[in-house]
Design a protein around this ligand. Sequence first.
Ligand code: A2P
Length: 333
Amino acid sequence: MNVAVVGATGAVGEAMLSILEQRNFPVNEIFPLASSRSAGKSVVFNGRSLEVGRLDEFDFSTVELGLFSAGGSVSAEYAPKATAAGCIVVDNTSYFRNDPEIPLIVPEVNLHALDQHQGIIANPNCSTIQMVVALKPIYDAVGIHRINVATYQAVSGAGRRAIEELAGQTAALLNGKKPAIEVMPKQIAFNVIPEIDSFQDNGYTREEMKMVWETRKILEDDTLMINPTAVRVPVFYGHSEAVHLETRDPVTAAEVRQLLSVAPGVTVIDDHTPGGYPTAVTEAAKQDGVFVGRIREDISCDRGINLWIVSDNVRKGAALNSIQISEALLDRM
Ligand code: A2P
């Protein structure tokens, strides 16, 4: 396949290139694309240095697959142009996710929906992906009535400049200097910020509402109650989530542990001993899986189950999920 990576100089684009390489995706020619700002830059693929091309000058009729991760407005403009030229688009932005005509896919959960695609497939939000991978086996076994979730999200979810801001602020503060605040709404080094994406009329942020809209769409259940709080933490890679479920039928923590131990894409680390749980930095970062620990019955509620879910937001939460979708597309060709 000839493949275009749109946003190839970004945090997710860079991971896409390395995952295509690691998984031996059958790439014939690859075209890393970005804006005119990146003219003259190069990226490495399969040991070769490739010049980054300009998206606004690219001819999509030369590729079969476009992996888009350059922001919603870029996808809005260029994804339709790409599909009109015969290219299939896997879009990592939020632009098409709520369109009922466009499948929103997590391969471990709802691959069947891929068959309805008409040229564009949406990749869900990072926090949604890792949560639904872990919840799907429980949903299928006993049903889920309500999800309360608080996220602890890494700065890489906000792109390369946010990664640099955390590093820069940390270095500045450790050297007794004033931290520069340009990307995040407040100082992120040595702090936590309960604001990701824009505020909505109902007081939730858009990141929180994405978890509501997308989880319902992926699980095909509009009755599911979801109450998220999305929080940015000073971690570079790996999102963590404290998830509190109310199931429809009773289930024990031991049964949940058993369900998750055989679930695709899930690794259970749940020893109830010091350190016997997954964390973003130690277990999840640079790995493919969704890690689950702290599985326990909720002492405050019948049919309540608590989970701690951790995954690499740039890999399973974005680049890897897009490439798994692309692999499934290839299988169907
Ligand atoms: P560029 O390097 O030219 O700005 P991140 O989310 O890590 O910030 O990365 C965003 C990616 O999207 C980068 O590769 C960036 O390229 C790309 N991008 C942003 N705006 C545009 C645009 N208007 N056209 C093409 N690529 C864009």
